[in-house]
Write a protein that binds this ligand. Sequence first.
Ligand SMILES: *Cc1c(COP(=O)(O)O)cnc(C)c1O
Length: 470
Amino acid sequence: MTNSTPQTMGQQFGRRSWAEPWKIKMVEPLSMTTRQQRVKALAEAGYNTFLLHSADVYIDLLTDSGTNAMSDRQWAGMMLGDEAYAGSRNYYHLEEAVQGYYGYRYLVPTHQGRGAEHLLSRAAIKPGQWVAGNMYFTTTRLHQELAGATFVDVIIDEAHDAANPHPFKGNMDLDKLEALVQRVGAAQVAYVSLAGTVNMAGGQPVSMANLKAVRQFCDRHGIKLYLDATRMSENALFIQEREEGYADRSIAEIVREFCGYTDGGWVSGKKDSLVNIGGWLAVNEWELFEELRNQVVIFEGLHTYGGMAGRDMEAMAIGIVESMQDDHVRSRVGQVRYLGELLTDWGVPIVQPIGGHAIFLDAKRFYPHLPQDAFPSQTLAAELYLDSGIRSMERGIVSAGRNAQTGDHYYPKLELTRLTIPRRVYTQAHMDVTAEAVKAVYDAREQARGLRMVYEPRYLRFFQAHFEPL
Ligand SMILES: *Cc1c(COP(=O)(O)O)cnc(C)c1O
């Protein structure tokens, strides 16, 4: 070949790889442990991966929340922190980024996503009302419930089936929405709470067509529509890849259009926005904004910092811009897909299609011999840690919690163990090591005996519960 650019070489071998659109400038050593050390560490943590010390963890796939690697530009931005109590210039940069990329009018900064959920729930819910959502998220639903609402899941049935290949498993079922309105009346529905990529369903996206239909439904009934835009740039990639008419639209254009059909939104900046802490809430309606701005000073901080340092707002403003670059989103989701495809090739049961931020191991099919109240997902997370020091997270019956009225466990259809990939942190070699560890645990699956819960906190029990082997 005369003219061997990487691209013509790719064509020559019939394959084209994606690669990270960044290079490494600073490294952080990882801790390597022996199996004996891990046995001790896990017992001390009550078999709950949330209670492990990170120093005892090798590859940390607990969460993609706040675990992102910031860019050199973001670190430079940290040095430009304007720590004025009021009117910090970093706040105005953040406002510009939110208005420019998400399109909402009025910004309320918060310390992280749940701060935004708290404020919105208090301002937009009257006790006794209902909130419809595309599957629950832990902190979102809890704040809605604490404000006096009952949460109703209106996601399509396909989302509750880990093997169903539907391309937009985050979609809402309009018939379920209609049934709720028939039952309780539109005036009793506080708002529709839509999440762009549904975490608990396996990082599954919502289509633009579904959103438009939900918007029309809300307009017909005079119901507000608010968006959890925490992983909206990842959702936009799926729209670009799978939905007709969007192949030539940029991630930024798709996010902007999507948000344009909603009345407001909030994010945990710790996910797509590539920072370690931060969040915000933004709405288009002045009256609601006034109420939120009144509340933010009670619970978070002044309305121009909302619990964040100026430097944190600067890093998030820059992170928002970086999170909307097509190359970035493609390689971020590409890495998740790489891990998922290895596991699929090796016959390990995972949620399909592969989602945006994580691989969800299907613990019901992984451990068919374990009943759900022996905590199969929690067991799988424990076994994976023992095998190789890889930390994952339970997303099943422990996360689902108990019904406040009956006191029974909720028994979710999905019993999953999540391998969540931090953004720009691990290499493809780490994904190989992870896939091989999961395979080893899968090969030994018949020996797993399950766990019992020996300590249960009252709220969000998955964070702090203790277990013992059965
Ligand atoms: C993480 C998360 C939240 C809560 O945000 P925090 O920053 O953890 O408080 C809300 N919604 C979704 C979809 C999330 O992933």
